[in-house]
Design a protein around this ligand. Sequence first.
Ligand code: PAF
Length: 304
Amino acid sequence: MRLGSTTRCLHICRSIEEFRKYRKALGVKTLGFVPTMGALHDGHISLVKKAKEECDIVAASIFVNPTQFGPHEDLDKYPRTLERDLHMLTLAQVDCVFVPDDNKVMYDDKPLVRVEPPAFSAIFEGVARPDFFRGVATIVCKLFNIITPTHAYFGQKDISQCILIKRMVHDLNFPIHIRVCETLRATDGLALSSRNAYLMAHERERASILYKALNASKIYIENAKSEVTRQAIIQECERVLRSEELVTHIEYISVASSWDMVELDSIGPHGQGCVISSALHIGSVRLIDNLLVGRAADLIYDST
Ligand code: PAF
């Protein structure tokens, strides 16, 4: 099926066979892939733009992946806005979108094999969402095998997901360049996210506290002449967060390696750098964000 004007059409594939036929006809062109679960926003479109700069053909996928939702997370409530998403992809001049008709296209009744990243169940986001990383690794692996992209694009906002995918590609030898694109931010620094819509007006006004706190920790490390401890970095972040009474719960503050998200004891001026990340609640809304410090940025943005 094709959607759009006569000059620019979005090719829509509903089955794996249909996409494989489309892919085969393309030949050996570079193909940039933007996997999504739909409910598209400007962050997704910025990934598409990057892919269009770097690749001959751009494909997206829209699939709300059930295996990355925990039993307490409401899969049915996940926003489904297919018509709007297809319109946005058409306007962004995406060439093709893979939209599996239903879960049966992607999953067998009783799959025997899945991709398991055991270390990720111990990291902070993994403890908070125990099924998430296995579900993401498995579905992204399957999508890579279907789409066979040369490049794939992920937003830095979900930094643990980015590191997981980079490591999966490295450890399992996928011939794919993983491009991590910087988080889009509102003018006050708040990372763009579909969840921001759930913030009340007065909460939205103060929600940039998360970015400010992460930034304070980053500056603290950068200004230090010698090694700083993880505890001191966390204290600096917490000091700023605690100054905002609308922060109802700090779930975690993490100072981790950009190679495997393992927590670091200290950061030195000439070391590997780190990822500082945090999850907190403002009212009932859970927000996450992260910043890269020092050489961590080189490792994350490098796509070789
Ligand atoms: O980031 C997402 O939207 C999802 O985790 C992904 C990568 C599309 C896998 O379902």
